[in-house]
Design a protein around this ligand. Structure first.
Ligand code: ATP
Ligand code: PRP
Length: 208
């Protein structure tokens, strides 16, 4: 049995066609079903449905053999203990700094709201900027509006969320897409099944 960890929402939606090309179609819809382990049309493959930020943990500990996670989550988690053989090119966006559209360029000691604490710390340290990082779990865009922070570090796709909140993108930190990650022991123990799956994904991605 191969177990693949995926998160509900955009990664799941974007991954579905890719999985389907490999003959993997969940037999229940996670939007309506409360099951956390989903059987699929392949008797040798099951999906576990978890929070996006938990995917590296499940794969690292071997609770899932494979997982699909954003590069943002992988870097923040520190995913050196995982193989990352494929860029799936799904859930693409950018990790950026953003500030109020009327705010002057940031200078001096600044406060930054983000859920990407480690990435933000590293980024501002490399820029030589003194930054106090305030950890939030969501709605980062609110922080500059209510005086909690001078700027945020968050994901930007269309830019609609920033615009709707009178913020503007400032600096690009990195481009983000979702990656297939593999548990190192599983790669050895289940090599044949996993490499067959990788080959199938590669074929699908090459035809896109
Ligand atoms: P969690 O449930 O752990 O808090 P989340 O709510 O951030 O995670 P999603 O919003 O589904 O989960 O995001 C999952 C991944 O999709 C992110 O880690 C990122 O790689 C990507 N992503 C997030 N927002 C966007 C977006 N607006 N456009 C494209 N991709 C995005
Ligand atoms: C993500 C991200 C931004 C928004 C950016 O939030 O945290 O708020 O998408 O996308 P945009 O540039 O297209 O507006 P998400 O939709 O995942 O909401 P959540 O973080 O509250 O789950």
């Amino acid at each position: 049995m191969l177990t693949i960890a995926v998160s509900k929402g955009r990664i799941f939606e974007d991954a579905l066609p890719l999985l389907a090309e490999a003959g993997i179609v969940p037999t229940d819809d996670p939007k309506t079903c409360r099951k956390l382990i989903l059987a699929t049309t392949r008797s040798d493959v099951q999906l576990v449905i978890i929070r996006a930020t938990d995917v590296p943990t499940f794969v690292e500990y071997g609770a899932a053999d494979l997982g699909i996670a954003g590069k943002d989550v992988l870097i923040e988690h520190g995913a050196e203990s995982l193989y990352e053989p494929l860029d799936l090119n799904i859930a693409c966006c950018r990790l950026m700094t953003a500030a109020h559209k009327d705010a002057p360029p940031l200078s001096g000691r600044i406060r930054v709201a983000t859920k990407y604490v480690k990435i933000a710390q590293r980024y501002f340290a490399n820029q030589g900027i003194q930054a106090e990082i305030i950890k939030l779990y969501g709605s980062m865009e609110l922080a500059p509006l209510v005086g909690l922070a001078d700027c945020i570090v968050d994901l930007v796709d269309t830019g609609n969320t920033l615009r709707a909140n009178d913020l503007e993108p400032r600096e690009l930190i990195m481009n983000i897409s979702s990656r297939l990650v593999v548990n190192k022991a599983a790669m050895k123990m289940k090599h044949e099944a996993i490499s067959a799956l990788l080959t199938q994904f590669e074929k699908t991605l090459a035809n896109r």
